[in-house]
Design a protein around this ligand. Sequence first.
Ligand SMILES: Cc1cc2nc3c(=O)[nH]c(=O)nc-3n(C[C@H](O)[C@H](O)[C@H](O)COP(=O)(O)OP(=O)(O)OC[C@H]3O[C@@H](n4cnc5c(N)ncnc54)[C@H](O)[C@@H]3O)c2cc1C
Length: 261
Amino acid sequence: MEIVVCVKQVPDTTEVKIDPATNTLIRQGVPSIVNPFDKNALEAALQLKEKHGGKVTVISMGPPQAAEALKECIAMGADEAVLISDRAFGGADTLATSHTLAAGIKKLGNVDVILCGKQAIDGDTAQVGPEIAEHLGIAQVTYVSKIEAGGNKLKVEREQEEGYEIIEAATPVMLTVVKSINEPRYPSVKGTMKANRKAIPVWTANDVEVSPDKIGLKGSPTQVRRIFSPKQRTQGEIIQTDSARESAALLIQKLADAKII
Ligand SMILES: Cc1cc2nc3c(=O)[nH]c(=O)nc-3n(C[C@H](O)[C@H](O)[C@H](O)COP(=O)(O)OP(=O)(O)OC[C@H]3O[C@@H](n4cnc5c(N)ncnc54)[C@H](O)[C@@H]3O)c2cc1C
């Protein structure tokens, strides 16, 4: 089974710096981690490989330092890694990001399963996985909490607010996974040594089949106009009268005045 896991390197802090001129994240110098949901996706891929054989390739679009995240994935057990990195990809929104990643996955060749995290903890959009599936014209199942493989079909559980759906999907298919699917393993010593020796290939815009007008800022239909910290919440008000009934009536009045109810 040929499995590709999309991995994003994300800042390991909520105190990310923002370039006020371009409204983009300044990632250089900020401590980074593998997006936690992507570790769940990698763990799911490794379990599929252990049971059914095949190969796990991790792929990321990001700045040169994102190679570190890919090395961590190799240390966890991924077989191959590819970094898609080029200044031309900078400022990408989810459409441009997914266009680029889909082109990278196409270049990898035959793929049975693409695994993504449910969402990235910095962008938080949960759009990239489904958009990759759309670009490649393949089926998708999101919020996956269990995967069983057999033949050229996967049986998956899709988490819902109340309960879950059981869905059968023919490969090739793209799945995004939720946290409850598994507990990601730690990198092994052998894996870490392998990761240290591994040279991660870097594909630029010339190496993948992308249209120049569909990548980076130019290929992004959305643009972040302003980024700012949310206002501190004002202190609450405690309503206390002699009777509970009176307090409740006063509370309801205040909530109604504030158009909350
Ligand atoms: C409107 C908008 C404008 C933006 N503009 C900029 C900008 O100008 N500059 C900038 O640096 N960023 C920008 N971003 C952020 C950047 O485009 C997003 O981080 C990126 O598109 C992924 O979206 P996300 O983080 O919400 O990922 P999600 O869609 O939440 O990620 C879901 C999953 O997709 C996979 N995935 C996501 N991104 C990658 C990746 N890069 N490589 C591999 N796998 C991935 C992972 O498996 C991840 O778990 C913008 C985002 C938005 C929404």
